[in-house]
Design a binder for this molecule. Structure first.
Ligand SMILES: *Cc1c(COP(=O)(O)O)cnc(C)c1O
Length: 427
């Protein structure tokens, strides 16, 4: 595959942007080689500036459950943009999207829109601290909750890939307020809350982890968290930035039947535009300014274009059978990949339309397990797929996403390419 134009752009980009990118994993450092520069996206495909086409399983890292440039979303945006791009004043669109979120997440009685998942999580933590008048935060190793200071402690995703679980620039005093425990270890949570529960404002978790690769909660883990947090007066925050509208319309809370006190959303609710949201029980959200003492604000929050993309996306997700057909395609990919691996030391872990291929011989249930997976093999697997025109996540610790735009033929093509990629990985 020839990537001359991408190569030139990357050279120039590296002079202007740290690493040539605006978000670290995009630089392909974990898998080697250089990123391609995108010219356009359409359905399940990306086309780069050299005219190469890729079947895309990154989906902008989660938002694009409908695929790129869905015609209905694009049409809604075209119409909206003519009415102005930002008002800094309330719109009907915010009310419409808030009602759609509320319908999907009954535990979210009140919410606020922000512009990214990071912002949603930072704000939710502040609200939890304000409401409980406690300081400490419990998180789980390998869960990524955006790049807020207190959450870059044993974080997954790019922070894991780059081996800086504790970023430079995070004050030690802030990191000390964060307690990181192993995912899926309810006993560790019980012990921590028994020891310091009265100082803990919240437990935050990715209910299905996407950011150390896809890791599922053991049966009873989420309901156990629900019970333990309630017993200690600690708020339970589900970071559903990936899982919201992904595992089911109502996210992990619908899929597992466990309600959260506060929920963070992002990615899919923006339909490919920058949106995040945090919300939860009314008495908690009434702490937020201007109703309460917890300050939170944003110039572009509730932006009309972003709200438009969100409203249209959620409307399409409510189409009968949407999640069922997505599940069928994702299951076909999972089974095909497993067969293509032909008994090698490979685990394919999947929840709904998110999955990860781990090069390891045992189930991945925690960060320690994920770290044991063979990243070199994953890198060879990735590069082989890419040369065959299939774009998987450029790092082991990320989820691949199947969208509604992936056809049965696309899945079959991926499985065919994966056979060669597994062989390349083993070599
Ligand atoms: C992506 C992500 C975030 C951060 O969202 P941004 O929009 O990238 O700031 C937070 N939590 C989880 C679980 C995520 O996957």
């Amino acid at each position: 595959m020839q990537r001359e134009h991408s190569r030139r752009l990357f050279e120039e980009a590296q002079r202007l942007l740290p690493g040539g990118v605006d978000s670290p994993v995009r630089a392909f450092r974990a898998v080697g080689g250089e990123p391609f520069f995108v010219a356009r996206g359409e359905g399940a495909y990306l086309t780069d500036v050299d005219g190469n086409r890729y079947l895309d399983y990154v989906g902008s890292w989660g938002p694009l459950i409908l695929g790129h440039a869905h015609p209905a979303v694009v049409a809604a945006l075209r119409e909206a943009v003519g009415r102005g791009t930002s008002y800094g004043a309330p719109t009907e669109l915010e009310v419409t999207l808030a009602a759609a979120v509320q319908e999907a997440f009954p535990s979210v009685e009140m919410l606020r829109f922000v512009s990214s998942g990071t912002e949603a999580v930072m704000s939710a933590i502040r609200v939890a601290r304000g409401f409980t008048e406690r300081q400490k935060v419990v998180k789980f190793e390998g869960c990524y909750h955006g790049h807020g200071d207190g959450l870059l402690v044993r974080a997954g995703s790019g922070a894991a890939t780059f081996g800086v679980p504790d970023s430079a620039g995070v004050p030690a005093a802030v990191a000390r307020e964060t307690i990181a425990l192993p995912f899926n270890d309810l006993e560790a949570v019980r012990r921590a809350l028994e020891a310091v529960g009265r100082e803990v404002a919240c437990v935050i978790v990715e209910p299905v982890v996407g950011n150390m690769g896809v890791v599922l909660p053991r049966p009873g883990f989420l309901s156990g968290l629900r019970e333990l947090t309630a017993r200690h007066g600690v708020l339970l925050i589900f970071d559903e930035v990936i899982t919201g509208f992904r595992l089911a319309f109502g996210g992990a809370q619908e899929a597992f039947g466990v309600p959260a006190d506060l929920t963070c959303l992002g990615k899919i609710i923006g339909g490919g535009l920058p949106v995040g949201a945090f919300g939860g029980r009314r008495e908690i959200m009434e702490q937020v300014a201007p109703l309460g003492p917890v300050y939170q604000a944003g110039t572009l929050s509730g932006n009309p274009l972003a709200m438009t993309a969100g409203v249209e996306t959620l409307r399409l997700l409510k189409t009968t059978g949407f999640y069922k057909s997505l599940e069928e395609r994702a299951a076909a990919l999972e089974e095909g990949l497993r067969a293509a691996a032909a008994g090698g030391a490979v685990r394919v872990q999947r929840a709904a339309s998110m999955l990860t291929v781990f090069f390891t011989d045992r189930e991945v249930r925690s960060w320690n397990d994920a770290e044991r997976a063979d990243r070199q093999r994953y890198a060879r697997f990735f590069r082989s797929l890419l040369e065959q025109g299939v774009y998987f996540p450029p790092a082991q610790f990320e989820a691949a996403f199947v969208s509604a735009a992936h056809t049965a033929a696309d899945i079959a093509e991926t499985i065919r390419a994966a056979r060669a990629a597994f062989a390349a990985a083993a070599a």
